[in-house]
Design a protein around this ligand. Structure first.
Ligand code: FAD
Length: 282
């Protein structure tokens, strides 16, 4: 292991399982991923509060059953100051020290309002005002820009506001174009943003799922990749083998270019992340 690899921050993201069976499966996945010595395992939060209890339970299970840090995602859309504060206090009471602070998206068909807090920078401000420096705060970053951004410049300026509000580090939306990440880092440096910005790595395991996801969140799948995947779509194993090759190359490029770590969107599966980590020699 090189000295650069020793300093890398590896983290893994889960979604909260809905069933006992899913919880048992996640426990297995987490135990396998522990070999990577991740800095933390994060757990997503359904915007509008849909997974509030399940996220909480999953985070506490990780915190209690492993020696690894658990980090809840917290999205503010549709929530009140009071509800957010209660959740922060509950996490504090259980010794949780890291939060991924997000705005969230309105779930489809949801008619609720934005709530007391409209943007992630206000959420970060609120967390800092209420809990001081207690939490390590992660925020989201978008190398290919957020799909609702008014312009690339505005999106970068708003990202800077989140950092100035007190974010310690950022995790990116997934992307398949390393240059988008490096350009984003350059633009951040020009603006004096110096927090670690860790690339988010999405497994390629299912063509249909990936295109649906990517269309929604604004992550571009390059034409060559889309077409290759389309050809392989009926052969699940071929998609996965190709996906591991593509993502390993992307990770190699990102790390060689100075990325401070990798955040794996595991989709609650260990094999893809482990295979990439093995090939990278992590
Ligand atoms: P913001 O930073 O608030 O930005 C949202 C949009 O508003 C951007 O277009 C920005 O340019 C603009 N904007 C920002 N600040 C202002 C301002 N002050 N005034 C005007 N415009 C502004 N979603 C979930 O629901 N649950 C999760 O668990 C979850 N986990 C995620 C984890 C990661 C690592 C990432 C990258 C995303 C995650 N998301 C999650 C998705 C995220 O919630 C959506 O992308 C959401 O649309 C934006 O959230 P944000 O925190 O980046 O918002």
């Amino acid at each position: 292991m090189t000295s650069q690899q020793q300093a890398l921050t590896i983290s893994c993201e889960f979604f909260p399982p809905r069933t006992e069976k899913g919880m048992l499966k996640l426990r297995e996945t987490r135990e396998q991923l522990q070999d990577l010595q991740p800095a933390f395992f994060s757990v997503t939060f359904g915007a509008g509060g849909g997974t509030r209890e399940k996220t909480f339970e999953t985070v506490l299970e990780i915190q209690k059953q492993s020696n690894f840090e658990a980090a809840p995602h917290l999205s503010c859309i549709g929530s009140t100051h009071e509800n957010i504060l209660k959740l922060l206090q509950d996490y504090q009471a259980h010794g949780i020290r890291r939060i991924v602070a997000l705005r969230g998206d309105k779930p489809s068909g949801w008619a609720g309002t934005f709530g007391d807090i409209s943007y992630a920078n206000e959420l970060v401000e609120f967390i800092r005002a209420e809990t001081g420096s207690y939490f390590q705060i992660e925020v989201a970053a978008y190398p290919e820009f957020h799909p609702q951004a008014s312009s690339a410049k505005d999106d970068l300026d708003y990202f800077k506001q989140k950092v100035e509000a007190g974010a310690n580090s950022a995790i990116t939306q997934y992307f398949y174009n390393a240059d988008a990440y490096f350009r984003f880092i350059d633009s951040c440096t020009e603006r004096g943003i110096d927090i670690p910005i860790v690339p988010g790595i999405m497994p390629i395991t299912n063509y249909e799922q990936l295109t649906r996801f990517s269309d929604g969140c604004g992550a571009e799948i390059p034409r060559w990749l889309r077409w290759r995947l389309k050809d392989l779509a009926d052969d699940k194993e071929a998609v996965q083998a190709f996906g591991v090759d593509v993502m390993t190359s992307l990770c190699e490029r990102l790390l060689a270019g100075g990325a401070p770590g990798l955040h794996f969107y595991t989709l609650n599966q260990a094999s893809f992340t482990l295979e990439i980590a093995k090939r990278l020699g992590l």
